[in-house]
Design a protein around this ligand. Structure first.
Ligand SMILES: C[S@@+](CC[C@H](N)C(=O)[O-])C[C@H]1O[C@@H](n2cnc3c(N)ncnc32)[C@H](O)[C@@H]1O
Length: 362
């Protein structure tokens, strides 16, 4: 580990990528011209439309509920596997002075923003750059064999969506990129321009619940190659039946962009095993929280938690494992939160707890 700011620690690889990150040296740099692509190697005068770390503007979903749950956790480590701008992370630290935060993200920009916020808690926060399926190993490498709690707040952050150069957005034109970890090779352009009709239709259907997956896949095949998000969004919108376009409340390309992003970042493939690995690390009295934003994610999370709770128990019999649902089903944000934060609209929070050792599990 190497110190970052006032003792906040980072792994060696994270330190290197942080140091090489053009935004990390001067988090208050102002935009002077737009970068040709993003992220880029440090280039003088080249910055992007998010002008400072405070501009990592992401409202954490159900943050009050999560802070309240954290306030009752036993002392120890709280692992945030999707640290983002550390909105939840800071709320957890504030809610419970006996917790330290172990934050994981695969996105350098998110880590830079989180680092700036967490500098206020130099002795209580550690950040590691890794995909979340590396989190359990990273925790053990750092000497933590269990955790008091963990959180996964899946998907992308608002800044990832809003910075056109990152290529996630159907609203702002940018390169067809969509990589959260920009060192990864596969981009959205590879998926859109390289996949067969069947593969594309399957991605759109499975990861976007897109009813018009085949029509869209055919239009994409006919229109490619694509190199910009705007051109792709327009082709997708035009492929929709007119009646669907008229009725649609959101952008017609929203589901397809979500599906392509999930494919590019391999988001679902590692979700189940990560949930399992983190549940196995829960200390007695600890809780695991996962915020999902679409049905595919939620199914996986629910299934993994249920299997742990019901392990080896015949249907209808009371659970005998050391794990329980913290509540039945999924909790959702309040109407008020949904009104003020669009991203909260589809959120579902599931929670599992490992019962305290003294509790009677019969
Ligand atoms: C919804 S945002 C989290 C926002 C955060 N809770 C906050 O309060 O600011 C999701 C974050 O998870 C990261 N992420 C998504 N999938 C990941 C994965 N497989 N491994 C590591 N980080 C991931 C994204 O880069 C993004 O920063």
């Amino acid at each position: 580990m190497r110190p970052l700011i006032g003792g906040l620690s980072m792994t060696e690889s994270m330190f290197t990528s942080y140091r090489n990150n053009p935004w990390s040296n001067s988090l208050t740099a102002r935009a002077t011209r737009r970068c040709p692509s993003f992220p880029t190697t440090p280039t003088s005068g080249c910055t992007f439309s998010m002008t400072n770390s405070n501009a990592f503007d992401h409202s954490p979903v159900m943050v009050e509920e999560i802070a309240e749950l954290a306030s009752n956790l036993p002392p120890g480590v709280f692992a945030d596997l999707t640290l983002g701008g550390a909105g939840h992370g800071v709320a957890v630290l504030e809610a419970n002075s006996e917790l330290s935060l172990f934050g994981v993200d695969q996105d350098d920009i998110a880590l830079a923003a989180a680092g700036a916020k967490l500098a206020t808690y130099p002795d209580r926060a550690t950040m590691v750059k890794t995909r979340f399926d590396g989190a359990a190993d990273a925790l053990r490498d750092a000497g933590h064999d269990d955790v008091s709690g963990f959180l996964m707040d899946l998907g992308v952050s608002s800044p990832q969506l809003d910075v056109a150069e990152r290529g996630f957005s159907y609203r702002h034109d940018g390169p067809l990129d969509m990589r959260m970890d920009t060192t990864q090779t596969q981009t959205a352009a590879d998926v859109v321009n390289g996949y067969s009709f069947g593969e594309l239709a399957d991605v759109l259907q499975s990861y976007g619940d897109e009813r018009n997956a085949k029509r869209i896949a055919q239009a994409v095949i006919d229109g490619r190659p694509f190199d910009s998000t705007a051109a792709l969004a327009e082709t997708i919108a035009n492929a929709m039946p007119a009646a669907v376009r008229r009725k649609s409340t959101g952008h017609p390309a929203k589901r397809s962009f979500q599906a392509i992003r999930i494919e590019v970042n391999n988001e679902l493939a590692i979700l189940g095993t990560t949930v399992d690995a983190m549940i196995a690390m829960l200390a007695a009295g600890g809780i695991g929280l996962v915020l999902t934003y679409h049905s595919g994610e939620d199914r996986i999370v629910k299934d993994r938690m249920r299997r742990t709770i019901e392990a080896g128990v015949p249907a209808g019999m009371p659970p005998q494992s050391n794990y329980r649902w913290l509540w039945r089903g999924a909790r959702t944000p309040s109407e008020n939160e949904i009104e003020t934060n669009q991203r909260a609209r589809s959120a579902r929070l599931r929670a599992i707890t490992r019962i305290p050792e003294t509790a009677d599990i019969s």
